[in-house]
Every structure is written in C-alpha cells, then in structure tokens.
Ligand binder design. Structure first.
Ligand SMILES: [Fe+2]
Length: 349
C-alpha cells in the first residue's frame, strides 16, 4: 500500500461513519496527551449512541479509514442502476459489470479490497430493516450479524452468477440471510451453546445435536434447535414479511442447515433435489463459519476463490452444481488487466 494512500486516509473524523452499521476502519478516541484509545475495530458494529457519548464527553474521535470507498460506491451505484432499469438487456450488462468488479478483487486478487467492503456494499445497495429489527439482530450476537451481512452479499453475487438480474429478487435474497435464526433473536436469545451447536453442525453432521443433547441444562436448547427452522419460518413470515417483495422466499429458512451432500438437517436434502437459490443458501451456509472473523485491511484479495477452493478440497462432494457453476462463470468473465500505474491511481482515489 502506498504511503500516499495511507496518508490520505488517516485520521478522518468520525462523521464519515455516517449511518453505516459497520465501522469503516479503526475508530479511536484521541486524548489530549496525543494517545489513542481504540473504540471500534474495522468492521465492528458501529453503535452510534456509544460513539456519540465519547464525542460529547471526551472530545475528538477519529477514524482510520480502511474501506475501499471507490469500489463500494461503484458497486452500490450499479445495483441502483439495476433497480431503476426497466429493460432486461440493460440488467444483463449491469450484472456483468458487477461480476467483473467483484472478480478483480475477490477472485483474482488484482485490486485492493477487504471483506468489510462486502458488508458495506450490501448495506448500501439493499439494507432496508428498520432500527427496531436491526437492534434485535445486532444485540443477540454481533459476530452473527457480520456473518449475515457477508452471507447476504455473497448470496447476491451467487444469484447474479446464476443469471438472476431482478433487483427486488436480489434484495429479498440479501435480506433473508439475516433471518435464518430469527427464532433465537426473537424468543430465546442466541446462547453460547446454540452458537456452538450451529458451528459444529456446519462442519460435522449431528455433532451440534450431540453437544446439546449431552448437556442436561441444554435440554430446552436442544428442542429450540430442532424446532428453529419451522418456527423461525412462521415467526419471520409474521414479523418481517413487509421487507420482502416475494414473501415465499422466507421459506428458505427451512434450508439453512441443509448441506450440499445431503447430510444436513432437517430433511437431508441433496443438492440435486433443490432449486438454485436453495443451493446457494446451502453452499454458503456450509462454507461460512459462525466464529469470529479477524477482519483486516486487505483480506479481500482472492477471498471468495480461496473459500470455495478450501471447501472443494475438504469436501468429498466436490463435484456439485454450486462450485462448478461459480468456477465456470468466473472463468468466462474477462476483466481488463490494468497496468501497475492504473492500479496505483485506484489506490489513491
Ligand atoms: Fe440455524
């Protein structure tokens, strides 16, 4: 990263955070002694009441910006064009532009970018939940909220890869990714045991159930876990239906613990039995961890390609529609290679 870029982006006052739900960089309280106290790490949930308390009481709050604003603006504007477009042929062109921009960073790694850029781009392009629902989703587990933001944006990219170009449909796909465990947010809270069980189940069939079953105090949690697909669908349909153009997409909650090799629950559905969108939800659910993400400045380079490659190697069910589709289409998309000078210009923009 060039010195010029770092200088230009250092210590921008926190007003730049605007209403973003994620911190656009490391956020510091600047003491009169010149020492800095870090309030938020890059990609943390930005609690604006908390930040404002420090601003009012203690003074100077500064942001070391780490997001790639130029890329985020470009992507969110393309989605806006898609929203306003009335012609399918135009949306096809916009789809290709978005996929090219994504490929440069997250597939080829020839341009700078981070995973947090994906959170912010998804938020700017689609996020419509009101403050009350947002608070409910964030309070339960902040790591989970970040995971939802990432899964939501990657689900949209996956849908674009499969040829879906209707903005309202993509927005529905994005939003449903926050609601898969709605029943825990709404009724029980997302406990440590439940989070652990979800992560274990993601990796090995039935291991989450065993974890909850062997702990006496978790008896209720086991029942909650078993019921959370069906109950979650009913609750989310009632509470959150207004956010969806096509409410039937809420039924995807039933598929968020299925796996592409048929070893998931509740049905053990195999990838050959499900629709494209169900397959996207299953594949991403299997690949994205529920654990803490160590988010850094340039962790986006080849991120999506590496994530898929890792699971293609680990997973015996490597020949499947999702992986093959993603690899095939990205290989077909040609991106113009930039010279070193042009890449440098992007960095300081
Ligand atoms: Fe779940």
């Amino acid at each position: 990263m060039s010195d010029e870029y770092l200088l230009k982006n250092k210590e921008i006052f926190c007003e730049e955070l605007g209403k973003s739900r994620f911190s656009l960089g490391d956020l510091y309280l600047l003491r009169s002694s010149g020492k800095k106290l870090r309030l938020l790490k890059f990609g943390d949930i930005a609690d604006h009441k908390f930040i404002n308390k420090f601003k009012e009481a203690k003074g100077k709050v500064v942001l070391d910006r780490m997001v790639n604003n130029k890329w985020i603006d470009g992507i969110s504007n393309l989605f806006l064009d898609m929203q306003n477009s009335r012609l399918h042929v135009d949306n096809e062109k916009i789809r290709l532009e978005i996929l090219k921009e994504f490929k440069k960073i997250y597939w080829e790694g020839i341009a700078p970018g981070s995973v947090v850029d994906l959170f912010i781009a998804g938020e700017r392009a689609f996020y419509s939940f009101d403050d009350e629902l947002t608070a409910l989703l964030q309070e339960s587990n902040s790591v989970y909220y970040q995971r939802s933001a990432l899964k939501g944006f990657l689900a949209v990219i996956s849908a674009l890869l499969m040829g879906y170009v209707d903005y309202k449909f993509l927005r529905d796909v994005y939003h449903i990714c926050y609601l898969f465990d709605y029943v825990f947010f709404k009724k029980h809270g997302l406990t440590y045991n439940i989070t652990q069980a979800q992560e274990m189940e993601r990796i090995t069939q039935d291991s989450g159930f065993y974890l909850l079953a062997k702990q006496f105090e978790s008896k209720n949690e086991l029942e909650m876990f078993q019921d959370h697909l069906e109950l979650g669908t009913i609750l989310a349909s009632g509470d959150c239906g207004k956010y969806f153009y096509n409410k039937s997409i809420i039924n995807l909650i039933n598929y968020h613990h299925e796996k592409i090799d048929g070893s998931g629950f509740a049905r053990g559905a195999n990838h050959s039995e499900v629709s494209d969108i169900e397959l996207i939800i299953m594949a991403l659910g299997q690949m994205i961890s529920y654990d803490f993400m160590d988010l850094t400045f340039d962790d986006g380079k080849c991120f999506f390609k590496n994530m898929i490659s890792l699971h293609t190697i680990e997973n015996e069910c490597s020949i499947n529609r999702y992986f093959m589709m993603v690899q095939k289409i990205f290989n077909e998309i040609n991106i113009e290679q930039k010279t070193d000078d042009e890449v440098g210009e992007d960095l300081v923009a």
